[in-house]
Design a protein around this ligand. Structure first.
Ligand code: GAR
Length: 211
């Protein structure tokens, strides 16, 4: 069984998508053993409680400095003994020590087609604002493994989404979530749970598609 810890910061709609797909059995032999949030009082924590998943808050404000927070976050994740760490709208820079502790075992969902509209400062609604400002016709979402850079790790899955003439950042965000994020994040977990993903030479390989 693949034991998963999900890290969240806010609304938790991606967490919900994983919970729903796990509940209908379509993700294979997995269990969400824990949810960790850097923010207290967010809806993602309600969603975890509703699903009966133990949750913890590790909030930067409760620590003397960033190093102490990073250490507490790593210890909290370690305690859950995960096979896979899923960043589902976790808007905190992942400390290098965490990447080293879980090499190729952390995945992230990003709301654009990487390498466009990603990196430092591109998160949440800001991504969709930048997409609209640039006037691209197609955007989407990406699931990637987490390395020590920002949004630079091996790409596992991507799904394109059309941009419409009258989109606002909020409307576009919702379409990207519905048509891409909530589909490919559970799908990525399912592929990993089935042992179909390997990382070689900095690239993610699915099944036997590239030998
Ligand atoms: C999602 O759109 C996710 O892709 C994005 O934050 C949102 C969280 O929504 N993540 C990033 O921007 C990471 N760089 P949710 O809490 O409802 O899942």
């Amino acid at each position: 069984m693949l034991k998963i810890v999900v890290l969240v910061s806010g609304g938790g709609t991606n967490l919900q998508a994983i919970i729903n797909r796990a509940a209908d059995g379509s993700l294979g032999d997995i269990k969400i053993t824990s949810v960790i949030s850097n923010n207290p009082g967010v809806k993602a924590l309600d969603r975890a409680a509703q699903a009966g998943i133990p949750a913890e808050v590790v909030c930067p404000r409760d620590y003397a400095d960033r190093a102490a927070f990073n250490d507490a976050l790593l210890q909290t994740v370690r305690k859950t003994e995960p096979d896979l760490v899923v960043l589902a709208g976790f808007l905190v820079a992942i400390p290098p020590a965490m990447v080293q502790a879980f090499p190729n075992r952390i995945i992230n969902i990003h709301p654009s087609l990487i390498p466009a509209f990603c990196g430092k400062g591109f998160y949440g609604l800001k991504v969709h604002e930048a997409v609209l400002a640039r006037g691209v016709r197609v955007t989407g979402a990406t699931v990637h493994f987490v390395d020590e850079g920002t949004d630079t790790g091996p790409i596992l899955l991507q799904q394109a989404v059309r941009v419409e003439a009258n989109d606002t950042p909020e409307i576009l965000q919702r379409r990207v979530m519905e048509e891409a994020e909530w589909v490919i994040l559970p799908q990525a977990i399912s592929l990993i749970a089935r042992g179909l993903v390997t990382v070689r030479d900095g690239r993610a390989i699915i099944g036997e598609d590239e030998k």
